[in-house]
Every structure is written in structure tokens, then in C-alpha cells.
Design a protein around this ligand. Structure first.
Ligand code: NAD
Ligand code: MG
Length: 394
């Protein structure tokens, strides 16, 4: 029996994780669930999984949640609040596996705490890895933690790696990664029309059902940019060894190209329960609840090269990783601010890359060798990105 902590339980990944956990309740016991705001869903999840701890980061919501528990069969759940409590539950003795599924930089400290505590980390929170790169991987190596990628592409790559492979190793015989992307909802829209797209259009992803932030990132392809950086860190590859491939059907989730000319691909229906179940069962496999792939329904698979004029965010991510140091942190922070401003209808869709590019230009490349430097770059970049948003919205 493994103890499970789900950081970001009420999000899209959190919900899929609990769906898989419920199918294997003889193998996983839910110890802790965390959420920011959605206490109604959290309450439903607690009725099913009866964790020992719950963290509701926002303290007003935490108080409201405690009230909801009174006179229920789950009144014994310990309710905590505040961001520091996320680190507390991620490092509990009784927790073996931590699903890191908070969106954005907010997930960095608890994910890193789990890494330092030597947990099995099921990592969905790509922003944390983009920000902290070497520090995160060093923490994993030093503590003997096991890092299993949840992002469908990285999970696919992990599955295509040689037997005995662990995250952070360089698989010498693997020469290239083919990182697939759906191309999002605007793959074929005339470029001059992108300026007018609305948040509702941007979050309507053709193949995947995800949280709002990652859905906008998929529409700009910043998601693939962050994933390219994530792949460099997880698989010890150089950016020029990672080829982004637009594959609109989202059936192949990524590929590894070996020196002998073999290309291994992992396929499946686009449902995050596949990579979640793979990581939760690893090194075995178990049932995920996902329908078997009907290859006859797929019929054809297409592949095209991304156009950086249509998707400038992807080019900015390549620039950020090649500059290195704190610049990927700056890219990520500016993107989070710009996406939020777009979702609030403060800036236009095409302003997102402008905010990020101008923000990146204001920073010089400083080595990101301490957590303090990274957190300082993150907050400084947010202030500058806010100013740029105000300028662009005027
Ligand atoms: P989501 O918006 O659906 O859920 C986010 C979760 O994080 C919620 O539980 C929310 O309460 C919590 N949260 C948000 N802000 C917080 C804060 N400041 N402090 C504490 N908790 C906070 O997001 P999602 O789509 O589930 O994505 C989660 C992560 O997984 C992201 O990093 C995303 O890039 C990654 N990911 C998601 C998918 C997917 O299919 N949804 C696929 C691959 C990777
Ligand atoms: Mg992905």
C-alpha cells in the first residue's frame, strides 16, 4: 500500500489522478489532498477518498471548508491552510508518492520539497521544472527520489527509453527526441486573424480537456516551448536534439530516435489517465479506465513542422533555454502574467509573446544556482511583465 498526496487535487490532472487511484484503492491510500479555491469539489473528493489531511491554501476558503466537515463522516480530516502547508503534506512520513499537479510557479516549493524528501514524484507541474532545472534534478539525485514524468509527451519519451532508465540520465544511444504537439485550436487560422481570438476560443482545445492556463499555452504553443525545456532537463538532452513535430491527431505522444535508425513511439488515446496510470503502476502496469485505442478510427496520422511566425512563443522558449541561467524562469513568469491578462481580456492573444519577449530583454543571464536567485528572478519578472501588460492595454 502506497500513501498518496495529490497537490492540486481539484484541477484537471488532480481529478484524473483520483479517478485512477479509486480503481486501485488496494494499492494506493490517499493521505493528503490540496486545493486553492474549489472547496465543493474538494469536499466530494474527501467523501470518496477520506484523506488524513487537506490543504486549502486560501485561509478564508479553508475556514469555510472546515465548517462543511462538521457532523459529516469525514469530520476527522485535518484542515490546513497557507502555502507552507503544501510542503508539510508533500513530505509527510506516510506519503510515498506525490502527484505534483499545481499549475504554475506556485507548485515549485512543494514539488521541490517532495524531491528533497526522497519521495516518488509524479511530475505534471512542468513550470516548476522549467524554473528550477538543475536544482530540482540535483535534489532528486541527492535524496534518491524517483521522478516520473506525467506530461503525456515526457511520459511517452520515458516509456521509449532503454530498460532501467531513470530521469536525469543521458541515454547515449538515443540521439534525438521527436516531441509531438497537436498545434492547438489555431493551427490553421490565418495568422492575421490571431489578433482577434477570444479566451473562449483559446481554451477550446481540439483533443485534450485541460485547465485554462495550459489550454492557452497550447494555443500559443508556449506549452510545447515549456515542454522542450522540460525534456532537456528530464532527459539530459540539448535543445537542438529536440524536434517539435505537429501531429494534429494526438495519437503518438512523442518518439525517441536511436543511433541505429530505430524510432520508438508511444501511442494511445489522448487521455491523461494513461500517463498517470503508467506512473502510478511503474515499473508494472495497471488498468487506467481509458478505452482501448481503435486504430481503424484513427485512419491516418499527419506530421508537420511548426511555423515560428505563427507560434513565436515556441521560438522564445528555444531562446530562453539557449541563454540559460534565470532566463527560463523569466520566460515562465512573464508567460503566466501574460496568459492571466489575456484570460481577463486585458491584452490581446498576440500580445502574449510581446510581453514575454520584452520582459526577457530586460534581464541579463545570471546563473540560476540557488533557489533564492530563482525566486527573486520570478518575482522581478512578474513586476516587469505587469508593467508591460499595463502599457499594452493602454
Ligand atoms: P488546473 O487549472 O485544472 O488545476 C490546477 C490545480 O492547482 C487546482 O487544484 C488548483 O486548486 C491548484 N492551484 C492553482 N493555483 C494554486 C496556488 N497558487 N496554490 C496552490 N494550489 C493552486 O490545471 P491542470 O490542467 O490540472 O494542470 C496542472 C499542471 O499539470 C500544470 O502545470 C500543467 O501544465 C500540467 N499538465 C496538465 C495537463 C492536463 O491535461 N491538464 C497535461 C500535462 C501537464
Ligand atoms: Mg504535454
Amino acid at each position: 500500500m502506497k500513501g498518496l498526496c495529490v497537490l492540486g487535487a481539484t484541477g484537471s490532472i488532480g481529478v484524473s489522478t483520483l479517478d485512477v487511484a479509486a480503481r486501485h484503492s488496494h494499492l494506493y491510500k490517499v493521505i493528503a489532498l490540496t486545493a486553492n479555491n474549489n472547496i465543493d469539489l474538494l469536499f466530494e473528493q474527501c467523501l470518496v477518498h477520506h484523506p488524513e489531511y487537506v490543504v486549502v491554501v486560501n485561509d478564508i476558503n479553508a475556514a469555510a471548508f472546515s465548517k462543511k466537515l462538521i457532523n459529516t463522516p469525514i469530520a476527522d480530516i485535518k484542515v490546513l491552510s497557507g502555502a507552507a502547508s503544501l510542503e508539510f503534506v508533500a513530505t509527510l512520513e506516510s506519503v510515498d508518492s506525490v502527484m505534483a499537479a499545481i499549475v504554475g510557479a506556485a507548485g515549485l516549493l512543494p514539488s521541490l520539497a517532495a524531491a528533497k524528501a526522497g519521495k516518488i514524484i509524479l511530475l505534471a507541474n512542468k513550470e516548476a521544472l522549467v524554473m528550477s532545472g538543475d536544482i530540482f534534478m540535483d535534489a532528486v539525485a541527492d535524496s534518491g527520489a524517483q521522478l516520473l514524468p506525467i506530461d503525456s509527451e515526457h511520459n511517452a519519451i520515458f516509456q521509449c527509453m532503454p530498460a532501467g532508465y531513470h530521469s536525469g540520465m543521458q541515454a547515449k544511444e538515443a540521439r534525438r527526441i521527436l516531441l509531438t504537439a497537436s498545434g492547438g485550436p489555431f493551427r490553421q487560422m490565418p495568422v492575421e486573424e490571431l489578433v482577434n481570438v477570444t479566451p473562449a476560443q483559446a481554451v477550446a482545445h481540439p483533443n485534450w480537456d485541460m485547465g485554462k492556463k495550459i489550454s492557452v499555452d497550447s494555443a500559443t504553443m508556449m506549452n510545447k516551448g515549456l515542454e522542450m525545456i522540460e525534456a532537456c532537463i528530464l532527459f539530459a538532452m540539448k535543445p537542438d536534439q529536440i524536434q517539435v513535430v505537429i501531429h494534429p491527431q494526438s495519437i503518438i505522444h512523442s518518439m525517441v530516435d536511436y543511433v541505429d535508425g530505430t524510432v520508438l513511439a508511444q501511442m494511445g488515446n489522448p487521455d491523461m489517465r494513461v500517463p498517470i496510470a503508467y506512473s502510478m503502476a511503474w515499473p508494472d502496469r495497471f488498468e487506467s479506465g481509458v478505452e482501448p485505442l481503435n486504430i481503424f478510427d484513427v485512419r491516418r496520422m499527419d506530421f508537420e513542422e511548426p511555423n515560428l511566425e505563427r507560434f513565436p512563443c515556441l521560438g522564445l522558449a528555444y531562446k530562453a533555454i539557449s541563454l540559460g541561467g534565470i532566463i527560463p524562469t523569466v520566460l515562465n513568469a512573464a508567460n503566466e502574467i501574460a496568459v492571466e491578462a489575456f484570460l481577463n481580456e486585458t491584452i490581446r492573444f498576440t500580445d502574449i509573446p510581446l510581453v514575454i519577449e520584452r520582459c526577457m530583454e530586460k534581464f541579463s543571464v545570471t546563473p540560476a544556482n540557488t533557489l533564492e536567485i530563482i525566486l527573486e528572478a520570478d518575482s522581478h519578472a512578474r513586476v516587469i511583465a505587469h508593467e508591460l501588460v499595463v502599457e499594452l492595454s493602454a
